[in-house]
Design a protein around this ligand. Sequence first.
Ligand SMILES: Cc1cc2nc3c(=O)[nH]c(=O)nc-3n(C[C@H](O)[C@H](O)[C@H](O)COP(=O)(O)O)c2cc1C
Length: 209
Amino acid sequence: MIDKYKFVCLILAIALVAALVRLVFVSQNQSSIEPKQTVMENILSRKSVRSYTDRPVSREQLDTLVRAAMAAPTGRDMRPWRFVVINERETLKALSDSLPFAKMLPEAQAAIVVCGDMSVTDKEGNPSRNWPFDCSAATENLLLMAESMGLGAVWTGVYPYEERIKAVKNALNLPENIVPFNLIPVGYPKGAPQPKDKFDQSNIHYNVW
Ligand SMILES: Cc1cc2nc3c(=O)[nH]c(=O)nc-3n(C[C@H](O)[C@H](O)[C@H](O)COP(=O)(O)O)c2cc1C
């Protein structure tokens, strides 16, 4: 009787282990193959979009872009980024007047200014030295998210150009501690802009193979 009981327990234990192994295998396969292909497609289809239709972009869509931006890696986890979301036509126009490389702004439905906050300090009281890198990582996340949502966007440079930093600070009335890093017009793409293939094998150097 006891032996029978032990035998049933053993079978159940084996079945449980097999189910767990299968679960781990399936979830590993899903996370290591399928999503990566989707990410690669997303990365390869991203392009700078500088012309937009008049189709509106919602507050919710813009919030999603910023949510993606804030998922980026950040040095020492300091998160020194701040985001200014603009959809006021006059402000978009005012910004385009003072920024030579952002002339597409009045056509955009909105723009997001990625900024660094110099008041974010570490335990020693020092501002992040990584803030431009953190803002860059956040920007790329945002641009990839825009692409995946069918939106068009482009990184227009503000930092480190003093005159552009001043122009954006003035137009948005930013406090002293906030440094605008770039400005990203957002809208639905006009026409069919295509991604550039920038892959260049000669940029890769292997120390094995
Ligand atoms: C640091 C940086 C600054 C940029 N500044 C501008 C800009 O001021 N105006 C603009 O139209 N595009 C700007 N771009 C976009 C580049 O021109 C664009 O990424 C490049 O031509 C490659 O094209 P792609 O984004 O379609 O792959 C900038 C990109 C980076 C990374």
